[in-house]
Design a protein around this ligand. Sequence first.
Ligand code: UDX
Ligand code: UDX
Length: 462
Amino acid sequence: MTDTGKYTMNLICIGAGYVGGPTMAMIAAKCPQYKVTVVDINAERIAAWNSEKLPIYEPGLYDVVKIARGRNLFFSTAIADAINEADVIFVSVNTPTKTFGEGAGRAADLQYWEKTARDIIKASTSDKIIVEKSTLPVRTAHAMERILNANDKGIHFEVLSNPEFLAEGTAIEDLKAPDRVLIGSQLTESGLAARNKLVEIYANWVSRDRILTSNVWSAELSKLVANAFLAQRISSINSISMLCECTEASVSEVAKAIGMDNRIGSRFLNASVGFGGSCFKKDILNLVYICESYGLTEVASYWENVVLMNEYQKKRFVKNMIRVMFNTIAGKRIALFGFAFKADTGDTRESPAIDIAKQLVDEHAKVVITDPEAIDNAAKDLQGCLNFVTFDTDPYSAAKGAHAIAIMTEWKCYKDLDYERIYKTMEKPAFIFDGRNILDHKKLYETGFNVYPLGKECWKHF
Ligand code: UDX
Ligand code: UDX
């Protein structure tokens, strides 16, 4: 089916986003025998993938792209041609939370997925394997299989679920050496054959004991559950950060003590101003919606509280700032250090900094935002309040004349700044609110700052 004898298989991916782009680049780099084409409706995005400046910032990504681009990795907007040529089609289009109608605010909006399924039918002239990469509600594969196989061309589509577990900022490492690759399929003869084909693709660089197979529903559900469990840990430790602030306990000491219990484990126990990112909130709300739709009200509300705790943590952070800064921040310059939802990415989707900035603006503070990679996205996120917000790529000038600095993102560069220099240029009393607990609080206090970490005693001069 491939266009030339040069390649043994044609793989394509529809959706050149944070998931589709890096995943396919890794497959292409590891498997020169396959032709890998990534297509997208967004021509600007595709042009960026073909340029020196990729559309997303991800450490190590450019090096991987460079290995394969033009050799066996191609980025294109010719979606129909690519579909027609493909043996295997990965689908990684976005599945945002629905904003309208039934399930608004909770359910996944599957309109792009369904549209993609219809594009696939239209352009196909041969049997194909369709791989769900997008996070989808349980049983979507079933619905998609029905839509796809209702075609009147006599073409057979086999739908697999192969959720992606990469985290932004470490995507390349995660793809190179994944904890596991999960492939769900129907347990029919054709389902198992398709599953084996996908296993063989990953087995080019992932050891077979890390490639898990399951039925298709388990694979779909596992993705939602993995994200729900990860987010739950953060909400759990954030809830404890509040208790620590009321007592003389330190959340870092508590996290260390509990994390040394192998059954609990030490990762994902950093208290923060809140979790962000495109997946956690969306996937949990999706899980909540699914539980509700099966009448599991208590289960739904259990998981919904993970999101509610996260919302509360963000509100509480700003409330605390206002209380500490003498109950008013109106007219005060406040510098937000970091806007990305986590370090090492320019992505700001669901970043806690968005809510924090908006709350500060509501209080009439003058907000200045600095971030090494996310300024452009920040400006888009804050469209409605640009009169009250300024941007500065240099943290030193952002802090100049400010009453307070609030750390929003755990960028390493913020640990290494010269805070004595910064202190001298700020209004006094000068405050630091460390929403990620990354700074040396005692040293900052000695410099003259009033320091408010998360889940620990504060260091103040009055
Ligand atoms: C997306 C989903 O958000 C996530 O739930 C899923 O797990 C993987 O896919 P991400 O790659 O981060 O994650 O999304 P995004 O960066 O928005 O990329 C999606 C791409 O699909 C966009 O470039 C968009 O232009 C493209 N797209 C969307 C199409 O090519 N066709 C469509 O019909 C819709
Ligand atoms: C997550 C999952 O980790 C990944 O497996 C899935 O494929 C997509 O969703 P991502 O959102 O890219 O990945 O980043 P992650 O590292 O999970 O961080 C999510 C949010 O939680 C960030 O805002 C981060 O700052 C926050 N976080 C993480 C904490 O607040 N504390 C922690 O201890 C860890």
